[in-house]
Design a protein around this ligand. Structure first.
Ligand code: NAP
Length: 257
């Protein structure tokens, strides 16, 4: 129980309506972070999530936590600026940005349309770039900040049927390392988390046979839970990670060993 009720500053989390993003929001709320969450669903659904997150923060002793919601499709041209404006309007110090929102549009490359390729690039790579570009000036002025980009093991090792997604997630690693170099002098760190196979809507459609084959390759013998990713993200956002930048942290149960 935190007796001081002092929050740890504002973290922007994209795609916090479900899956890994929601787990990150829940975990950060319970650990004293103010949150600015992006969502695309109805106001009522967001209000229910917000009440749940505020209750988690209160239970953990952070009665003053602020949970702010911004309705934003990250493919919209003005999304970055609208989110940056909401951060400024909050008056809260900007502790971090978690670029979590992402999509898949799977198919073999020879049959993949240009639209199918570019749609994934737009959401999974251009979206994070535009949001970094919009929020970095705030972090640079503060001379502190943390960016965590949610990449994927697929961006490191590739995956048949996911040329678009692998290209976007590999691109996100390149973006992470380049930004890390550009902003290190301002004490801003930029890292990526590369989840393996995590139980969310994104992996729910996997046929049973494919799921069993994947589990066979995971040293820890199970798919990951969204909370496994949330814990790694919270570490990279924390002061304990202040000497880590430009890194890719695989959270995949030993998929690659
Ligand atoms: P998910 O359950 O499908 O959730 C995706 C989230 O992204 C949702 O909140 C969704 O909002 C949001 N989103 C998608 N397109 C958006 C857009 N154009 N604008 C704004 N928000 C948008 O996915 P997940 O499994 O939690 O994945 C989260 C991240 O982890 C993704 O970047 C994914 O690539 C990465 N990842 C996942 C796995 C895995 O095994 N699950 C593995 C490696 C990496 P709506 O609810 O409005 O659709």
């Amino acid at each position: 129980m935190n007796t001081e009720n002092r929050t740890r500053g504002l973290v922007v989390v994209t795609g916090a309506s479900r899956g890994i993003g929601l787990a990150i929001a829940r975990d950060l709320a319970a650990h004293g972070y103010d949150l600015l969450l992006t969502h695309r669903d109805a106001a009522q659904a967001q209000a229910e999530r917000q009440a749940d997150l505020e209750a988690r923060a209160r239970e953990a002793g952070f009665a003053d936590s602020k949970i702010i919601a911004v309705h934003a499709d990250l493919t919209a041209d003005d999304a970055g600026e609208r989110i940056a404006a909401a951060v400024r309007a909050s008056g809260l110090p900007l502790t971090g940005l978690v670029n979590n929102a992402g999509i898949t549009r799977d198919g073999l490359a020879v049959r993949m349309s240009r639209e199918q390729f570019e749609e994934v690039l737009t959401v999974d790579l251009t979206g994070p770039f535009l949001l970094c570009r919009a929020l970095l000036p705030i972090m640079m002025r503060q001379r502190r900040g943390r960016i965590v980009n949610i990449s994927s093991v697929v961006g490191i090792y590739g995956n048949a049927g996911q040329a678009n997604y692998a290209a976007a997630k590999a691109g996100l690693i390149g973006l992470t390392r380049s930004l890390a170099r550009e902003v290190a002098s301002r004490s801003i760190t930029v890292n990526a988390v590369a989840p393996g196979f995590i139980e969310t809507d994104m992996t729910a459609a996997m046929p049973e046979k494919a799921r069993a084959a994947v589990i066979d390759r995971i040293a820890l013998g199970r798919l990951g839970q969204p909370e496994d990713i949330a814990h790694a993200v919270r570490f990279l956002l924390s002061d304990d990670a202040s000497y880590i930048t430009g890194q890719v942290l695989e959270v995949a149960g030993g998929l690659s060993i």
